[in-house]
Ligand binder design. Structure first.
Ligand SMILES: Cc1ncc(COP(=O)(O)O)c(C=O)c1O
Length: 354
């Protein structure tokens, strides 16, 4: 029985969903949303704060500051509240309401920048705001998740060893790429492991992380409008890019089976099942990482108006209202997996950074 006295002391590290019955592929989804911060960012936040403490960078009057689209901001808010630090999160207008309220409930200050850049992102404006703050007042300490080695080290020390313990014969690992902290920490660990593991990065269409032209994106967590400084592509064996309409379909397909995951999990699962379909990988052991759960996305990814407005009316197969169909429900039978709905044309979207 785990008994804790600090909120960051608990993290469920051993939970996987077997996706075979939903997607027809042998794929184990590592669930990272079961902790008090609700996401995988708890590990990066803990590592970055504790390494700043070890370096003697945190004084009683220090104000932590960080740019975040949400999850890291919540994790840092929680740690700051628990340890008695002040924290300012710099985000943009697309940080969802639940996340902002959560940070404020934890006692953090939230600053929302409004200036969107020509590449569709807000990252430059967020970072410029933080640089000005730090230049104007020495009490501000910027953890800088985009460059801080503590970000990838957290996954080198915790996420990857946990996967290795659970799957000693792992062949394939699918990791979504935001700051690339998770990707680089896991890739570095498995490069040194006792057997080769193929590391497959999953990115969103419109992200420039692995090259290509910037495009409009609305799902937070994955994708960047500038190349992430932590990324070393020599550790990445393959890259899959996923259109946001496919992310949405995958999230809803999981939800119809009772698993409400965050948007980036839809991207990772969509990319992984696409890759597994294109490669003969039936006898391979494959794991994908689910960064968070779906509650923070109820008014976006799981909200019909938001989805239809951004991705078109037909992006989701219509679900008839209960009772509209007078025919009796068929008895459950172990049939083949249900077919994937066909991709539909997408509408214009704006960029989003981790
Ligand atoms: C929901 C979600 N998915 C994916 C990621 C990507 O993780 P990383 O920044 O380690 O690449 C993040 C990071 O913030 C996230 O919040």
């Amino acid at each position: 029985m785990p008994v804790i006295s600090t909120p960051y002391a608990f993290n469920e590290e051993e939970l996987y969903v077997d996706l075979r019955s939903i997607f027809g592929h042998s794929l184990f989804l590592k669930c990272e949303g079961f902790n008090f911060a609700g996401s995988i960012k708890l590990k990066a936040a803990t590592e970055m704060v504790e390494s700043a403490e070890r370096a003697g960078d945190l004084r009683p009057d220090t104000v932590l500051v960080e740019s975040s689209s949400g999850n890291l901001g919540v994790a840092l808010s929680m740690i700051a509240a628990s340890k008695g630090y002040r924290f300012l999160c710099v985000t943009d207008s697309r940080c969802n309401l639940a996340t902002r309220l959560m940070m404020e409930a934890l006692g953090s200050q939230v600053h929302v920048v409004a200036d969107q850049e020509s590449n569709g992102g807000f990252l430059g404006a967020r970072l410029a705001y933080i640089r000005n703050l730090c230049a104007s007042d020495s009490r501000f300490l910027w953890l800088s998740q985009y460059t801080n080695p503590g970000n990838w080290r957290a996954h080198y020390r915790r996420t990857a060893p946990a996967i290795a313990r659970a799957f000693p014969r792992l062949d394939l690992l699918f990791v979504g790429a935001g700051t690339t902290g998770t990707l680089m920490g896991c890739a570095r660990y498995f490069r040194e492991w006792h057997r080769p593991v193929r590391i497959i990065a999953v990115d969103s269409v419109g992200s420039v992380t692995f090259g290509g032209t910037p495009g409009h994106r609305m799902i937070p967590g994955l994708g960047m409008s500038v190349q992430p400084p932590l990324l070393d592509e020599s550790y990445v064996d393959d890259v899959v890019r996923v259109a946001e309409a496919d992310t949405i379909r995958t999230c809803h397909r999981l939800a119809k089976r009772g698993f409400v995951f965050g948007g980036s999990t839809g991207t990772v699962v969509s990319g992984a099942t696409d890759w597994l379909t294109r490669h003969d990988a039936q006898d391979r052991t494959a794991v994908a990482i689910a960064p968070d759960l779906g509650e923070r996305y109820l008014d976006t990814v799981y909200h019909d108006n938001w989805v239809q407005d951004l991705y078109g009316e037909d992006v989701l197969a219509p679900v008839p209202p209960i009772g509209a169909d007078v025919a009796p429900l068929p008895a459950p039978s172990p049939g083949p997996p249900e077919p994937e709905p066909q991709p539909q044309p997408r509408r214009r979207r704006r960029g989003h950074d981790a």
